[in-house]
Ligand binder design. Structure first.
Ligand SMILES: *Cc1c(COP(=O)(O)O)cnc(C)c1O
Length: 357
């Protein structure tokens, strides 16, 4: 078997969920498991959190249905709402909470005949300008939705644009927008993503919505997951499948862009961009072999990448190579590639087997 595996540490996941809850005692939390639980496997993540999580949040009906098939009980919130009228009926059958993100959504909901009423989360556009009602529209729609037979709980939610930047002025403005609507008697309110769970206590409200921190990555550019007390959940491990000596002056890999400055020992690793390792990772980016960091040498190819083993003479064929995990934080790799841990995690492809511990 090709030596490449994503090991998912479910104890670390549970640790991270309880850390999120500890930030906001007495509040509830939807564990955000959209995008196949940020690439970790939604079914397994839901099973591992089922006895502790108050609920789960997903993007679409399809994601919700996959989870409902293995968990009959859990409260589940559709974050992006329904995309067509018929989906409200399906959402009611699946016993989902739905976000209603604008007037068109609300009209469709009120036109639906549902087997049971839905818990509705009116989404306020408090400043991100992506989804949601204006504050004025929330006020207009509130009485209609309150009276509607399709609506069970009527709740309010919103989403931060800059919660990952502490002290960003938009955070306060969004919070003010939200709080101005709290005189309406919503059953529950929810505003906090991971970054706000950690640093914006005023946004905790009734329900938290932590995503990335559950998986042990940081939402902040300047605060590491480790400093936050998070444990990495996924370890991506490949193997050293070839080793060769390359004389000074010879190049390695596509484009011949990396040239040996000294007689070098080059290792070939069984992971490439078709597995989800970013092609944008520059030469010099670290992987870990035998507890020691070694640098990437040359371009990442589809199925493989090369590393410079010259300073790790002990390295042997068959050695494990940690591409990210406890020894090589995913956030460090993401930063080197100009992206965020979220993107790397969600882009681990189907051909990488997941193993759960
Ligand atoms: C994805 C998402 C979250 C979780 O965000 P994190 O930054 O991963 O914590 C919360 N709320 C909404 C509406 C989302 O779309």
């Amino acid at each position: 078997m090709r030596p490449l595996i994503a090991t998912v540490d479910l104890a670390a996941l549970r640790h991270n969920y309880s850390l999120a809850r500890q930030c906001a005692p007495g509040r509830k939390a939807f564990a955000v498991v959209k995008a196949d639980a940020y690439g970790h496997g939604a079914r397994q993540v839901v099973a591992a959190l089922a006895d502790v999580a108050d609920g789960f949040a997903v993007c679409s009906l399809e994601e919700a249905a996959e989870i409902r098939a293995v968990n009959e009980q859990a409260r589940m919130l559709l974050l992006e709402g329904c995309f067509e009228a018929a989906e409200y009926e399906a959402a009611a059958e699946l016993r989902l909470d739905v976000a209603v993100q604008g007037s068109a959504n609300a009209e469709q909901l009120l036109a639906a005949s549902l087997p049971r009423p839905l818990n509705v989360w009116m989404k306020l556009d408090s400043g991100m300008h992506r989804l949601g009602f204006t504050a004025e529209a929330v006020r207009d729609w509130y009485p209609r939705l309150r009276e509607a037979p399709q609506v069970a709980e009527l709740n309010l939610m919103s989403h931060f644009a800059c919660a990952d930047e502490r002290g960003h002025p938009l955070n306060e403005l969004q919070l003010e927008q939200f709080c101005a609507l709290c005189e309406l008697e919503f059953d529950h309110r929810s505003m906090a993503n991971s970054a706000a769970v950690l640093t914006l206590a005023a946004a905790h409200m009734d329900w938290l919505r932590p995503g990335i921190i559950l998986y042990g990555a940081t939402p902040f550019a300047e605060l590491s997951a480790e400093a936050l007390g998070l444990k990495p959940v996924m370890t991506l491990t490949a193997g050293l499948i070839a080793i060769r000596d390359v004389p000074a002056g010879e190049s390695v890999g596509y484009g011949a862009g990396w040239v040996a400055q000294r007689p070098s020992r080059i290792g070939t690793v069984s992971c490439g961009y078709a597995d989800g390792y970013p092609r944008t990772a520059p030469s010099g980016t670290s992987v870990v072999i035998r507890g020691q960091r070694v640098p990437l040498a040359g371009r990442v190819s589809m199925d493989m990448l090369a590393v410079d083993l010259t300073d790790l003479p002990d390295a042997q064929l068959g050695d494990a190579v940690e591409l990210w995990g406890a020894q090589m934080p995913i956030d460090e790799l993401a930063q080197a590639c100009g992206t965020i841990g979220y993107e790397l995690l969600t882009k681990v492809t189907r051909r990488v087997p997941r193993r759960y511990i």
